[in-house]
Design a protein around this ligand. Structure first.
Ligand code: PHE
Length: 354
């Protein structure tokens, strides 16, 4: 593991938006494999430094995610730090998106942005007024649209591999899952699991989501109760850091596999999970479906079917990692990091093209 003092990013821009006056961070972690890609998070943090820290961690995760998924891209991320306690007016939102678009344009193609927590395809169209380096504009505007159904598809593929590793069969029917976080991605995971005949415990900090529980015939409960529910697989689909050492000691699931980025509160938690015999699907392997779809459709020129095949190959990648980890007596986190590192080491350093 790297020491916290080691600065491994290629470049980081921190700027107060000219129009919005909001702190905006664009972190380019690596372009070793190609242009850095990573979504734009619009979120309220306690401070701009917290937003910076999030961008640094998330962009590094994108480097691993793209490398492990076999994409010709590096990792980046941007964060627009929202004012605490209020949402932006439509004009303020536009201003912030244009400010971000200007930074992305200045980076000249080393970084391509996309949606993340707090942004969606309509926002990407607004960023697109300032730069061409933006994924996931609405389909009507020439983009690949909302990535969340594809992220969900990849997570469900990962859940099948997880069940295969636990039970010797990938079937989801009758298996019990707790999904924490019912945003764009979490809701679709819950719907797909319900359609496959799974038993569900659902949870979200927003009580409005209780109605989804009722609709899907699921138990709806508080996040902590859901996290420690007796289930086959815990599915984190909210923001990062769910898996603390304390929580791992209280888990009653056999595996954890979900959509959230940066699920481990600290890297040592991977070992705690292994010691407890809880199988962990590394987050950036399981949740790569969204970025895989965007790159597949918008860069590689694949049709929809080919993109879906690429997303579904997450299942095989994960099965391979589970096998490697078991064979070598290492954590699945380590197995995934080794895979990403091998892909990065094999790269021929080139400057991103025009
Ligand atoms: N938010 C996505 C993720 O964390 C990143 C993404 C970038 C998705 C670009 C689509 C396009 O993986």
């Amino acid at each position: 593991m790297e020491t916290p003092l080691e600065f491994s990013h290629e470049s980081v821009v921190v700027r107060r938006g000219r129009r919005s006056r909001l702190p905006i961070v664009v972190a380019v972690h690596s372009t070793a494999l190609g242009r850095a890609v990573g979504g734009c998070r619009m979120w309220a943090y306690d401070s701009w430094e917290d937003g910076l820290r999030d961008a640094l961690r998330l962009s590094e995760g994108m480097t691993r995610k793209c490398a492990a998924a076999g994409l010709p891209n590096g990792g980046g991320k941007s964060v627009v730090v929202l004012p605490a306690g209020r949402s932006l007016t439509p004009d303020e939102r536009r201003a912030a998106l244009h400010d971000l678009g200007d930074i992305v344009a200045e980076l000249g193609g080393t970084y391509v942005t996309g949606p993340d927590a707090g942004t969606g395809p309509a926002d990407m169209a607004v960023i697109g007024e300032r730069t061409e380096y933006v994924f996931c504009r609405p389909e009507a505007a020439g983009g690949s649209g909302d990535p969340s159904p594809f992220t969900a598809l990849g997570v469900v593929a990962a859940l099948r591999s997880t069940c295969l590793a636990l039970f010797g069969s990938p079937g989801l029917a009758g298996r019990r899952f707790a999904v924490i976080g019912l945003g764009h991605v979490g809701e679709q995971i819950a719907r797909q699991l319900a359609a496959a005949g799974a038993d569900l415990v659902l949870s979200d900090v927003d009580p409005v989501k209780r109605s989804l529980g009722a609709e899907l015939g699921a138990v709806f409960t508080e996040p902590d109760a859901a996290a420690t529910a007796e289930v086959d697989v815990l599915v984190p689909a909210a923001l990062g850091g769910l898996l603390t050492r304390d929580l791992v000691g209280r888990l009653r699931c056999r595996a954890v596999a979900g959509a959230a980025n940066n699920q481990l509160a600290d890297p040592g938690v991977a070992e705690s999970l292994r010691e407890r015999g809880i199988l962990w699907a590394p987050d950036y392997i399981a949740n790569a479906g969204g970025v895989v779809n965007a790159v597949s459709r918008e860069v590689l020129g694949d049709d929809a079917e080919k993109a879906v095949r690429r997303i579904e190959s997450i299942a095989d990648t994960l099965t391979g990692l589970f096998e490697t980890a078991a064979r070598e007596g290492i954590t699945t986190a380590r197995a995934a990091d080794d895979l990403a590192r091998r892909r990065l080491a094999a790269s021929v350093p080139t400057a991103p093209g025009p």
